[in-house]
Design a protein around this ligand. Structure first.
Ligand code: DCP
Ligand code: MG
Length: 392
């Protein structure tokens, strides 16, 4: 027991979009910088830490952000640049171990158990990752480490900005005890209110809630949450994949009012998600679409697929079907997201070729396109009608 066993690391870039902008224009260093649309209906996508110190956070209307910081610097987003930086971050992580699971544009889990012989204990590996990202990309990142993925993620959030926090197994319960229950990813605003009514605000207090009451407050996740609160969760990478998901979401600088535009953005996100799945050797049995209106109304709809898949083609089909048939129309869309759910590992499944694509051809083709995109950038290849599926 000790730091040696904390092989699950969670790395998350700090104020990702904003940090890239500050890097590329050093005169912005130390200023309240946000990335987002400057117009009347603009929204904050990312806020630098100096901006956060003024009470500015992501998804906040730009008008409010301006009021909080009259000297606010608003930078329009450069999504292609962030995507490129994201790919380079993930490449740096893969230099340490292939056991990585990217869960959004700027964060990933790693299991460094196998990398210890080469690179030393997990805390040294975490520092190495952070300094590589600093040296190669000139960007700040934070890393959390633990014996469990849930605790590693909570730790990286506590380490921010530009920090590292490794929580040994025997210290997990005391580390979690004073934190608000909301740090646990299975506890959303509704469950938080229900727990509040029981007088429960911290993870430590959660431990004293009887199982039946906990179940009423937080639903079927109760046993998992109780184990976590007790500091006994050991869920790492590659286990219980079905409980996990891989997704991406975007807050738009201008509300999207054209349904065709929303549809197009959803298909692009479906492609991004399918690519993350393939990179982590995962396939999804379900996919969901999330949309938020300017007034905060949020709608989520999901579809189950007959076969697990990591194919962009398949995910796009289902996402478009959800948008066309299931999602009630909202006059304007401020945030859109796509998430792959009910995951399983392709490598551990007997019909891996079926899982990675449509039939055998698409899997190979899409993986080849991934590799080409990694080397030449996302614009280098688009699927043309002349490009036929072939044996991969
Ligand atoms: N993002 C977005 N809309 C959201 C959430 C995120 O456009 N609703 C974008 C902007 C963020 C990036 O994704 O920079 C990464 O999201 P994070 O949640 O990791 O937030 P940050 O990296 O900005 O900050 P932190 O330092 O808290 O990780
Ligand atoms: Mg981040």
């Amino acid at each position: 027991m000790g730091i040696e066993d904390c092989t699950i690391l969670h790395l998350d870039m700090d104020a990702f979009f904003a940090s890239v902008e500050v890097r590329d224009d050093p005169s912005l260093q130390g200023l309240p910088v946000v990335v987002g649309g400057a117009g009347n209906h603009g929204v904050v996508a990312a806020a630098s830490y100096p901006a956060r110190a003024r009470g500015i956070s992501s998804a906040m209307p730009m008008a409010i952000a301006r009021r909080r910081a009259p000297d606010l610097v608003i930078v329009p987003p450069r999504i292609d640049v962030y995507r490129e930086v994201s790919a380079r971050v993930m490449d740096l992580l893969r230099e340490v171990t292939p056991a990585i699971e990217q869960i959004s544009v700027d964060e990933a889990f790693l299991d460094v158990a196998g990398a210890r012989r080469l690179f030393g204990p997990p805390d040294r590996i975490a520092q190495r990752l952070r300094s590589r990202i600093r040296e190669e990309l000139d960007l700040p990142s934070s890393v959390g480490g633990s014996v469990s993925r849930a605790v590693a993620k909570i730790a990286s959030a506590r380490a921010k900005p530009d920090g590292m926090l490794i929580v040994p197994a025997e210290q997990t319960a005391s580390f979690l005890a004073p934190l608000p229950v909301g740090v646990i990813s299975g506890i959303g605003p509704k469950a938080q209110q229900a727990l509040e009514r029981l007088g429960v605000r911290t993870v430590g207090q959660l431990r004293d809630v009887p199982a039946s009451a906990l179940r009423r407050a937080v639903g079927p996740q109760a046993p998992m949450i109780a184990t976590l609160a007790a500091g006994e969760d050991r869920t790492g990478l590659g286990t219980r994949v079905r409980d996990r998901s891989v997704g991406t979401e975007r807050t738009y600088e201008h509300d999207l009012v054209d349904p065709a535009e929303v549809r197009r953005r959803l298909t692009v996100m479906a492609d991004e998600v399918s690519r993350s799945l393939r990179r982590s050797d995962l396939a999804a049995r379900a996919v969901s679409v999330k949309l938020r209106a300017p007034d905060g109304t949020t709608i989520t709809r999901s579809a189950t697929m007959d076969q697990p898949t990591a194919s962009g083609e398949r995910l796009r089909e289902h996402v478009v079907a959800l948008w066309d048939r299931e999602v009630p129309r909202m006059p304007a869309v401020r945030l859109a997201g796509v998430r792959a759910e009910r995951l399983q590992e392709t490598s551990s499944h007997p019909t891996a070729t079926e899982l990675t694509g449509r039939g055998t051809g698409w899997g190979g083709l899409e993986s080849a396109m991934d590799r080409a995109r990694d080397r030449f950038g996302s614009e280098s290849l688009t699927r043309g009608s002349t490009l036929e599926p072939r044996e991969g």
